[in-house]
Unconditional design. Structure first.
Length: 379
């Protein structure tokens, strides 16, 4: 076994570069598709709620009940789309999907407030989308509690009493994501998903395409060694991955205004390890796939579970114990932890060294296995 020849590798890299860039459709997939995917996911994957369709059933019809409704609409979280005069109207709106939240104010609401009693208000939420329902219910509860506290203080002043001080003063402040924007959490994760998808797609399909077209056998009879062939296949994809990283990071910061508080160097080191891992898994897929269609299907059998187990949208700690252990073997999970820490917290390698170490072990371990499998597939 001789060491890879620099001239052989460079010639193969030029050949792969020309093959990647000569097809307009491939150029679109490589350089335009990641930006489109980031924009689509950035806008579509949003767990914040605004202007939630709300139906109001007001049996009281008093200034007090109208102030409560105004408190809901003034928050910007709820938008009154309909008003009913019976409870059945609220149920019909929820069943038809015309409303997500129903607010029912009983008769005697204002009288109970004036007498110092605690009136009842019913909130109905469409739980089909559990995330939206939970968040909407939380906002509604806070609005009603704030309204009740203000009404109680106003009643005490009218009766000549000093308003009761709050039992606990709880000034709340969110660090790292002050606005609690879900986009600041989700967009960096999309960067990891896009990079893994590009690495798997380009590597697994490129080798499968060569095998399907019969050109891989022609390359095998040349003086190229398996190591040179593998390097020539993976180096151009690595460069494409780094270019895609620069593109999607620029879009995330410039377009979506996601804060970038860390160092570009720490992000680059993590991306290189992550791209090597993606290329290694792509090579492994190519060694077990005889056609492009088979490689494509095998790639998604790996990609979709990797995204789900990575904590792309929902935290890993909420998963069952078995899946939490499985997620430790997922390179996407560790890269998302790194990229979110760099973007939102400004963390460096010192704070994220376990993820860097695991990602490096996965990258070089998978690469060694891929090299062995690749050599056997050429034998």
């Amino acid at each position: 076994m001789r060491l890879p020849s620099r001239r052989h590798v460079l010639e193969l890299v030029r050949k792969e570069r020309r093959q990647l860039l000569r097809d307009p459709r491939t150029r679109m997939i490589v350089f335009v598709a990641p930006i489109v995917q980031l924009i689509v996911f950035g806008y579509a994957v949003n767990t914040d709620i605004h202007d939630v369709a709300t139906i109001v059933v007001d049996y009281d019809v008093t200034p007090a009940s109208r102030r409560l409704v105004d408190a809901f609409t003034a928050s910007g979280r709820f938008r009154v789309t309909d008003r009913g005069t019976r409870s059945a109207a609220a149920l019909e709106a929820l069943e038809s999907g015309d409303a997500v939240v129903a607010l029912e104010i009983p008769a005697g609401f204002a009288a109970d407030l004036a007498a110092g009693r605690s009136p009842s208000v019913q909130i109905l939420v469409d739980g089909t989308n559990s995330n939206t329902g939970t968040v909407a219910l939380g906002y509604a509860n806070r609005i009603v509690q704030r309204f009740g506290a203000e009404a109680g203080s106003a009643l005490a002043v009218r009766r000549g009493f000093e308003p009761l001080p709050a039992g606990v003063d709880l000034p709340a402040r969110a660090w790292y994501n002050p606005g609690l924007r879900s986009r600041d959490y989700n967009v960096p994760a999309v960067i990891g998903a896009v990079l893994m998808l590009m690495c798997l797609l380009l590597t697994s399909l490129a080798v499968a395409r060569e095998r399907e077209a019969g050109t891989l056998e022609q390359l095998m009879v040349t003086p190229l060694t398996p190591a040179e062939l593998m390097l020539g296949k993976t180096i151009p994809v690595s460069v494409v991955g780094l270019i895609d990283l620069a593109l999607v990071t620029t879009v995330a910061v410039a377009w979506f205004r996601v804060p970038f508080r860390g160092s570009l160097l720490t992000l680059l080191v993590a991306a290189v390890l992550y791209i090597v891992a993606g290329l290694a898994f792509g090579l492994l897929i190519s060694t077990v796939s005889k056609t492009q269609q088979e490689a494509f299907m095998t790639m998604f059998l790996f990609f979709l579970p990797a995204i789900i187990l990575a904590g792309f949208l929902y935290p890993v700690h909420t998963m069952p114990a078995l899946f939490r252990w499985l997620s430790v073997l997922d390179p996407v999970r560790h890269f998302l932890t790194i990229v979110r820490g760099i973007f939102l917290k400004g963390e460096g390698m010192a704070g994220l060294w376990p993820e860097y170490l695991i990602l490096a072990g996965m990258a070089f371990g998978a690469l060694g296995l891929a090299v062995t499998r690749f050599r056997r597939s050429l034998a």
